[in-house]
Design a protein around this ligand. Structure first.
Ligand code: NAD
Ligand code: WQD
Length: 342
């Protein structure tokens, strides 16, 4: 019988791509999302891509009664918990909004899982838990730094909560946290992608909107870092590759192949790219100009980080496959689709 995965935040950027890959791998999927940062059309577009009807529930994961009710109605084998707020800057201004939603929704989901006997969870963590590591690449053994924002703190605390729950005596739940580096790009169909509300905080949506003429000029935040071209280094991971990492993590859990009740893995490419290199690669592969200027550093930014991918390769049998050119072409195709550009 097919295994069934509940995807919280499944109308969002990474959740929608993961739903496509789960269905492609033979899982049944149920989506819960309150649409606080997404649109229901993402779920219908996933239905179009996969040719599969997806049960969709619109509610807030903090509502434990609704979560219990869902588990009573459906036999769920595992949960992937994406539902959270993610804007770093906003979390500094409105910390309680982040602590309430990110920690509240997680504890609510875990409570309902525990009561209803749902045994497995994959959690969306982030490379933000590492801060600026002393040595690179960041491995899973790299010590975590004090969180740079309330958002980052919620990811560290969430990992601690999950670890306590999974490692408790007589624990019924096993868990994997995936620490994403910088997810970018869109599905090759251009039917789903990232939909930032207002002015984008992240680099690639700002690049695509500048290329589309929605933004006048991209600011490159700093060219005086200790890096080959002076701009900051990151590990940009294609969202479809990232989605596939979730399928690998879910399979490990449902097939009982985990080596500990709580495991965590980096999800990146292992290849650092600078801001300027990314802009130039985007211009080259898409044949468009991205108007940009160098400005000062952005407060709170780190200089450089990239992933060690060894553990994910060894334990999950997963590695990134898409090239940066394919990824940046997909990001531009998605922006053109959203803006109606031919
Ligand atoms: P997203 O905002 O596109 O998706 C999150 C979805 O969760 C949205 O559809 C939103 O409406 C929903 N949601 C939020 N709170 C909810 C709640 N209480 N109940 C029900 N639904 C709720 O974000 P994303 O980029 O797809 O990120 C998904 C997860 O991955 C988040 O946990 C985020 O912190 C984490 N993450 C994202 C990145 C990134 O750069 N995108 C990097 C590392 C980790
Ligand atoms: C990438 C690089 C910027 C915008 C954030 C979160 C992290 C994770 C991923 C969730 C940096 C530079 C950016 C612009 C620029 N999210 N930049 N001009 O900051 O690495 O990580 O998203 O967990 O937690 O902190 O990603 O895309 O914002 O920036 O020069 O207009 O691009 O300075 O060097 P970041 P980003």
């Amino acid at each position: 019988m097919k295994k069934c995965v509940l995807v919280t935040g499944g109308a969002g950027y990474i959740g929608s791509h993961t739903t496509v890959e789960l269905i492609g791998a033979g899982y049944d999927v149920i989506v819960v999302d309150d649409l606080s940062n997404s649109d229901a059309s993402a779920v219908s577009n996933v239905e179009k891509i996969t040719g599969t009807r997806i049960p969709f529930y619109r509610f807030d994961c903090n509502d434990t009664d609704k979560m219990r009710d869902l588990f009573d109605r459906h036999r769920v084998d595992a949960v992937i918990h994406f539902a959270a707020f993610k804007a770093v800057g906003e979390s500094v201004e409105m910390p309680l909004k982040y602590y309430r939603n990110n920690l509240g929704s997680l504890t609510s989901v875990l409570t309902a899982m525990d009561e209803k006997g749902v045994p497995s969870i994959v959690f969306s963590s982030s490379a933000t838990v590492y801060g600026q590591p002393d040595t690179l690449p960041a491995t899973e053994r790299t010590p975590l730094q004090k969180a740079g924002s309330p958002y980052g703190a919620t990811k560290q605390m969430s990992e601690d909560i999950i670890s306590s729950v999974a490692c408790a005596p007589n624990a019924k739940i096993k868990a994997i946290a995936l620490r994403y580096f910088n997810p970018i790009g869109a599905h090759p169909s251009a039917l789903i992608g990232e939909l930032p509300k207002g002015v984008p905080n992240n680099l690639v949506p700002f690049i695509t909107q500048t290329a589309a003429g929605v933004r006048e000029c991209l600011s490159v935040f700093g060219d005086d870092y200790d890096t080959p071209d002076g701009s900051a280094l990151r590990d940009y991971i294609d969202v479809v590759d990232l989605a596939k990492a979730h399928v690998a993590a879910i399979s490990r859990l449902v097939e009982g192949r985990g080596k500990a009740p709580f495991e965590y893995f980096n999800v990146g490419t292992g290849k650092p790219l600078s801001v300027l290199e990314l802009i130039h690669a985007f211009e080259k592969v898409n044949g468009v100009r991205v108007n940009h200027k160098i400005t000062g550093r952005r407060a709170g930014d780190i200089e450089k980080i990239w992933a060690s991918t060894e553990l994910a390769e060894k334990e999950l049998g997963w590695h990134a496959e898409r090239t940066i050119e394919q990824t940046l072409a997909s990001a531009w195709a998605w922006e053109k689709h959203v803006r109606g550009i031919k």
